[in-house]
Ligand binder design. Structure first.
Ligand SMILES: [Mg+2]
Ligand SMILES: [Zn+2]
Length: 225
């Protein structure tokens, strides 16, 4: 089920139905953390999809048969979930408003991804995507922070205790604009994007080889910045 207001440039959010209430829902104490400073512990993580969880395709993921999990990605989500971190996926899918793929198909791909992750012990709370083309100048297409802000509102997330993980500088910029910490992974477009960042003298984010490495950073005791 996508929640959207026709005509409004809102992101589309697919909440994943879980039995019982969210462990980290509104107003509830978070599970106590050990080994990590509870005051600074990361409580939510936003994952870009293509190039982070699954292989990036230049011609886009248009159906489930084109979706390939990256090595270690599913296990990394499971580790984050087991640590009590709420995991969200946020993704630009302009292919929708370009007319290449229906919203229904994007939802179906995302639901299968979440189902497969759940089968292996991970838990995606919700997947939000921007269906708009760049020329529509919406507020949710990364590098704008609209996807993160919409999820933060809906799930009452403290963005200062959240981390954005992506393979593109647009992901990093969206995360930083929302007040999150950010990790660039070198899968997908990550290596090229890191080279661009170095050339431009960009910093303010961490770098990890892949989602598993990003999970190590988040679950480690070292501050991310
Ligand atoms: Mg990506
Ligand atoms: Zn948008």
């Amino acid at each position: 089920m996508s929640l959207s207001i026709p005509g409004a440039q809102n992101p589309l959010i697919l909440p994943i139905a879980w039995p019982g209430s969210l462990p980290h829902a509104v107003g509830m104490p978070w599970p106590s953390r050990t080994g990590v400073n509870a005051q600074t512990a990361v409580r939510a993580i936003f994952l870009d999809r293509d190039g982070v969880i699954n292989e990036n395709r230049r011609d886009h993921v248009k159906e489930w048969s084109e979706f390939r999990f990256l090595p270690g990605a599913v296990e990394a989500v499971a580790r984050l979930s087991r640590a009590g971190i709420a995991v969200f996926v946020i993704t630009n899918q302009a292919i929708v408003n370009r007319g290449l793929v229906s919203r229904h198909t994007v939802d179906a791909i995302n639901a299968r991804m979440a189902g497969e992750i759940a089968r292996q012990g991970g838990r995606i709370e919700a997947i939000a995507y921007c269906p708009h083309r760049p020329d529509e100048e919406c507020a949710c297409r990364k590098p704008r922070p609209g996807l993160l802000l919409a999820l933060a509102r809906r799930y009452r997330l403290d963005l200062s205790r959240a981390v954005m993980v992506g393979d593109a500088l647009t992901d990093i910029d969206a995360g930083l604009a929302a007040g999150c910490q950010a990790i660039l992974v070198l899968t997908g477009r990550g290596s090229e994007e890191l080279a661009r960042a170095r050339t431009a003298g960009r910093n303010g984010f961490r770098v990890a080889a892949d989602l598993s490495g990003a999970a190590d950073l988040v679950l480690g005791s070292a501050p991310l910045r």
